[in-house]
Design a protein around this ligand. Structure first.
Ligand code: DGY
Length: 322
């Protein structure tokens, strides 16, 4: 390949864009930062050797039909369920992602949601901003203790393990977890119990935190029946992918008091928020901020560049997905 034409689908942190421009002369940045949409992405696949997408770029199978110029898709993010990787591989495209560098930031975001939901921090903040706070009183906005309560982790990969460690070592929380993989054992958390089923975690935990990847199999994994297995005093935290949770069932469970509350960083159909959710005080909602720190987003971008460099040099990219 001569100088590769590289399309970056969204704005990236400035140091990463600068580095990209320093290394490669034919970089097309998305200065407006508006999602390219189907047509824009299709044009990129037809005209560029390299496309660097994010979670907001849906790349379904039909996107990969016919003769494409693109040979490398370097996803800015660890989750890649927005890309039909089977179709990409069939089209001869190498796909990479950014695991590892966002583990701590995403685990911190899960802990933020856990504490906000249990301590009613969103409600309190809204009250202060509305000028509705009338002063301290013994019964004002009473939340739930977190320390010593049981945390249930569904998906004990890198991020699930990091959340479990924070909860256990920081807040004395016993850990119960479920993972489909038999290898999810190296967590180093004393007393952590591996459950035989998701239901077992839901029944045992005071806080359930979701950390499995988005996929067809995991869509609506947490549905009405599973929400009903949780304690009425328990909280659900989701920093993974929105469609893992059936949001209509979640709204129903929150209204009915089937569970006590939830903390969500991701939503089915985001950025649209599912109906009914924002009317509920026991919902804490963040706009997909899991990895949103300067350090982490910069590291994610640099990892994409490392993978791209390896690919262009004919080496195996370290974060190859297909
Ligand atoms: C990730 O890295 O998967 C984040 O959710 C953004 O895509």
């Amino acid at each position: 390949m001569d100088e590769p034409v590289i399309v970056v689908t969204r704005r990236w942190p400035e140091p990463v864009e600068r580095e990209l421009l320093r290394r490669y002369p034919e970089v097309r940045l998305n200065v407006e930062d508006a999602p390219l949409g189907f047509d824009g992405l299709r044009a990129a696949l037809l005209e560029a050797d390299v496309v660097l997408p994010t979670v907001t770029d849906r790349l379904p199978a039909e996107m990969f039909d016919g003769e494409l110029r693109t040979r490398f898709l370097g996803n800015f993010g660890v989750g890649f369920n927005h890309i039909d990787t089977v179709a990409a591989a069939k089209a001869g495209i190498v796909v990479t992602n950014t695991p590892g560098v966002l583990t701590a930031a995403t685990a911190d975001a899960a802990m933020t949601l856990l504490l906000m939901a249990a301590r009613r921090a969103g409600e309190g903040e809204r009250e202060v901003r509305a000028g509705a706070w009338t002063g301290w009183r013994p019964t004002h906005l009473l939340g739930t203790d977190v320390t010593g309560k049981t945390i249930g982790i569904i998906g004990m990969g890198r991020i699930g393990t990091a959340v479990a460690r924070r909860a256990h070592f920081g807040f004395d929380m016993p850990v119960v977890y479920y993972d489909v993989s038999e290898h999810a054992e190296g967590h180093g958390i004393p007393g952590a119990r591996r459950a035989a089923s998701i239901e077992e975690v839901l029944e045992a935990a005071d806080v359930v935190s979701l950390h499995m990847p988005g996929s067809d199999e995991n869509t609506h994994l947490i549905d009405a029946a599973r929400l009903a297995r949780m304690k009425p005093t328990a909280f659900l935290i989701n920093t993974a992918r929105g469609d893992i949770v059936d949001h209509a069932a979640l709204v129903e469970a929150l209204r009915a008091g089937t569970i006590a509350g939830c903390g969500l960083d991701v939503f089915e159909g985001e950025p649209t928020i599912p109906d009914g959710l924002l009317e509920l005080d026991n919902v804490v909602a963040l706009p997909h901020l899991g990895s949103a720190t300067i350090e982490t987003r910069t590291a994610m971008g640099m990892l994409v560049l490392d993978n791209l460099e390896a690919f262009l040099a004919g080496r195996e990219p370290s974060c190859r997905v297909v």
